[in-house]
Design a protein around this ligand. Sequence first.
Ligand SMILES: [Zn+2]
Length: 288
Amino acid sequence: MQGPGVHRTKVGAFQVTALYDGTWSLPIDGTFVRNASGGAVNRALANAFLPPRVLPISFTALLVNTGTKLVLIDTGTAGQVADTAGVMLDNLKIAGVTPDQIDTILISHFHPDHIDGLKTKDGAKVFAKAEIVVPEPEWAFWMNDAKMAGQPKPVQRYFLNAKRIFGDIADEVRRFKPGAEVVPGITSIPAYGHTPGHTAFAIHSGNQSMLAMSDTVRKPYLFARHPDWQPIFDMDGSLAVKTRRRMLDRAAADRMLVEAYHFPFPASGHMVRRGTGYELVPVEWKPL
Ligand SMILES: [Zn+2]
């Protein structure tokens, strides 16, 4: 076995803990990126020393201890997306936290790999006392039956899943307008394109900050290296490219510490400009 999937760092006075949930090895074909060939994608994978035609989708949730609140950003998959993922709660336990100690859960968007951890397969709530905080435009889109009609089947499944997760706990959910401060020290940033209300978060404490980019950039060796590539996961491909470029630009120019849900664990580092794209410089592991 590998060691525990828990990685801690400090952002000012806040303690930030990356919690690994698992990896889904997703077979991909020449249709995976709308505007790049399968050959180009396989070359980018080879440049990252990875086999062709498989995308390793890792999942890492982020726990922020602000000193007064325990805030979880996205929830892991609870074993409901792939058999090889769903260990986030085990890693939370190793981090010394029980689910009912979580005060606030921030949701970036309503794709299953980000929200399924809110409930077990049987529909029981996992985080008994947490306030659930979601982007208003995500709620408005995915919880609206009229929007579901006419969507392709896989997207319809996301609608049904969002209803399964949120339908009976709607009155426990707080909705925010992206751009707002959502808890003291954490500000939401509209990052639309991947989904209609997809949101990133900036974590600030003292003179330090971390930019949690959510799914703005998934695998760095594909989509930071090639920011213009439009994977089929991005609902509005060209808007997602604009958002991705804006965020990578800002992260590189301001030398910000970044984190992203699907980056290789511990899913954080810095972005530097390289040729026509960007590259992830991983964080240096160190004991805290
Ligand atoms: Zn995702």
